[in-house]
Ligand binder design. Structure first.
Ligand code: ZN
Length: 372
């Protein structure tokens, strides 16, 4: 079985072109990972997700531990087998969802006690149990258990939260069972404060993870503050490991973060928007429920290769959303993911050819064509 490796194939300024090799195949970076919260990328079959060009799918520890349960997933052959995704799966640690979804949370040094948002049942998550659950799910990439620092946070609040997450990172690392081709990522916290991000990066690199995530961004600080935080955080991370910006973002966020040395992304935006009628295209963002699409016989995005754009008119998609037909979200989710993956494919080519700035400028020019 292969080792977990990250190979840097090219660089253009701070932008990186790489390849991650794992026990479940390879992924080209910069990579956008499709979010498959409950063991499914909503509205898509695994074959359809593959057809968009996605090479990594996310699973969610919090959701899967509640339903169907980690032991049940393990008994069904693991998450890969259960969801027909033999490729790379990254699972988040559950920390973020406990904070955003669960009821009656109680956080202490040991971990978090909470009640399920589904049935009110009591649960406990710790660095050790989160790591064990991700092992049972058979995650290719396990995330360290952390506390996503709320925004806004004072320097003192951000420091206390980050230091707790660093103690939890050490416990997560100790609880991780090394296996060939599997890896675990630590998560840098520290809000928008350079000294705290530096302290966090130093603590994590001392533990020696297979990759490093930047957490606690895209929580309301705005794009300028996020980019500024990346500017001083990514140089602190080892050049030889993949860097993952969690929960980001819009197509423009992705290009800006790639420009600053980020290799991996995940975000619910393309899939969630696909279910509500919002389309990401080379000409900007469109709301397909808008009446102006009622008679539009042209493809949604003539530049796109997805089923929707090659086989149907924008007017048909508008009709499907107006009638609340489930094919609407299915087709548009497929389109949005295809668009995100095409954007990443183009970014990888541009970095190889050392013309990433021109590529990003051309993409941004295209988005300005819309006024939705
Ligand atoms: Zn399309």
């Amino acid at each position: 079985m292969s080792e977990f490796t990250f190979t840097l194939l090219g660089q253009d300024g701070a932008a990186r072109r790489g390849c991650i090799t794992t026990a479940h195949g390879t992924a080209q970076t910069p990579a956008f990972m499709a979010v498959g919260t409950a063991g499914t990328v909503k509205a898509m079959t695994a074959d359809q997700v593959r057809a968009t060009g996605s090479e990594i799918v996310l699973g969610n520890t919090y959701h899967l531990m509640l339903r169907p349960g980690a032991d049940r997933v393990a008994a069904l052959g693991g998450l890969h087998r259960m969801m027909d995704w033999p490729g790379i799966i990254l699972t988040d640690s559950g920390g973020f969802q406990v904070m955003s979804l669960a009821k009656l949370r109680k956080l202490d040094e040991i971990g978090v006690t909470f009640r399920s948002h589904i049935d009110g049942s009591a649960h406990h998550l710790t660095p050790e149990s989160s790591t064990a659950i991700q092992h049972k799910l058979d995650a290719t990439i396990t995330m360290a258990f952390d506390e996503c620092t709320p925004f806004p946070a004072t320097p003192a609040e951000a420091a206390a939260s980050m230091r707790l997450s660093m103690r939890w990172a050490a416990r997560s690392r100790a609880a991780f069972t090394p296996r060939p081709g599997y890896g675990q990522f630590g998560i840098v916290q520290g809000g928008t404060y350079p000294d705290l991000r530096a302290e966090s990066a130093a603590a994590l690199t001392a533990l020696g993870f297979e990759g490093y995530a930047i957490g606690g961004l895209a929580v309301g600080e705005g794009q300028a503050a996020m980019f500024e935080t990346l500017d001083f955080t990514t140089p602190l991370l080892p050049a030889t490991s993949p860097r993952y910006l969690m929960g980001v973002g819009t197509p423009d966020d992705l290009l800006g973060a790639i420009e600053r040395g980020i290799d991996m992304f995940d975000c619910v935006m393309p899939t969630r928007a696909g279910r509500t009628g919002r389309a990401y295209t080379s000409r900007g963002v469109f709301n397909l429920r808008n009446a102006r699409f009622a008679d539009d016989a042209t493809p949604l995005d003539p530049a796109c290769t997805c089923t929707l754009c090659t086989r149907h008119s924008a007017a048909y998609l508008h009709h499907l959303f107006r009638c609340e037909e489930m094919l609407g979200p299915m087709l548009l989710t497929g389109h949005n993911l295809t668009y995100y993956q095409a954007l990443m494919h183009g970014a990888r080519k541009a970095i190889e050819q050392r013309r990433f700035a021109d590529y990003a400028a051309a993409a941004r020019d295209g988005w300005r064509q819309t006024n939705d």
